[in-house]
Design a protein around this ligand. Structure first.
Ligand code: BMP
Length: 259
């Protein structure tokens, strides 16, 4: 059973084109997990159906996939593909290379087109993952600076890289690695527009910036957009809105500087 609709185009290209076609830089984060699996699937399908004209992609949380199980997950990824948008799985891979590769392959078989990973595992933890993913035109999105209040403890720490004479911020090193490794996206929280700007200047527009943290977490879309965000990952401000279609339309318009 294959559910691979990206044949002939890479994930990176697909989301770029979907974004242009729908005039939206919004990726909907579906993080539902409570209640019976059939109900979660129904609610996810409905959310997707009423917001899809305002989206360039959909991201599922691990809690959602665990709650849905594999078959229902495949039904959901297939639905997204029927609308011609890619599906991201947010698993933030953080293991040894072989395990990361195996986890990613399993998700890809369930219809996902890209996956998030944690660069703290270093090159040997990610090398095989990049090889496998890119062979199948899938995408890897690396965390660079997370959106939550304590992101500074890891991503913002000042480190002394081996062989270097001066210390450097961890997220700057991650941004340079993202560029060097040919990553398909770098996550920087919308809650830190000044870091979005800094990372943008390192990435030279070659690696798109994905920013979660708009709305519920306190980040402003306009500030992040001005600083250089390419795609916004937005969950609760849409999924918990009384009218998700209206909320997603407003975010979509703002995300292309049109409001
Ligand atoms: P919300 O808009 O509901 O805050 O959702 C944001 C989504 O992005 C969640 O799925 C969360 O797990 C994810 N996320 C985040 O909030 N900050 C990060 O730094 C990285 C993430 O993947």
């Amino acid at each position: 059973l294959t559910n691979n609709k990206n044949s002939g185009r890479t994930y990176k290209d697909w989301i770029f084109k979907a974004s242009k076609a729908r005039r939206s830089r919004v990726i909907l984060a579906i993080d539902l997990f409570e209640g019976p699996p059939e109900k979660i699937l129904k609610a996810s399908n409905r959310l997707l159906a009423i917001t899809v004209s305002n989206l360039c992609g959909v991201k599922l949380g691990r809690q959602t996939v665990l709650s849905l199980g594999r078959q229902r997950t495949e039904r959901l990824t297939r639905l997204a593909h029927s609308y011609d948008i890619p599906c991201l799985i947010d698993d933030k891979l953080n293991d040894i290379g072989e395990t990361n590769e195996a986890i990613a392959q399993t998700y890809f078989q369930s219809g996902f087109d890209s996956i998030t990973a944690n660069p703290f595992v270093g090159q040997s933890g990610l090398k095989g993952l990049f090889r496998t993913a890119h062979r199948d035109r899938k995408g890897i999105i690396l965390l660079t600076y997370m959106s939550h209040p304590s992101a500074f403890e890891g991503y913002g720490q000042c480190v002394w890289p081996k062989g270097k004479t001066i210390p450097e911020f961890q997220y700057r090193l991650f941004a340079r690695q993202a560029l060097k490794w040919g990553t398909d996206g770098a996550v920087v929280g919308a809650t830190y527009p000044s870091i979005v700007r800094e990372v943008k200047s390192i990435l030279h527009g070659k690696v798109p910036i994905y920013s979660p943290g708009v709305g519920t977490q306190g980040g402003g879309l306009k500030e992040a957009l001005r600083a250089g965000t390419d795609y916004f990952i937005i969950g609760r401000s849409i999924t918990r809105a009384s009218k998700p279609d209206v909320a997603s339309a407003a975010f979509a318009r703002a995300s292309v500087g049109n409001d």
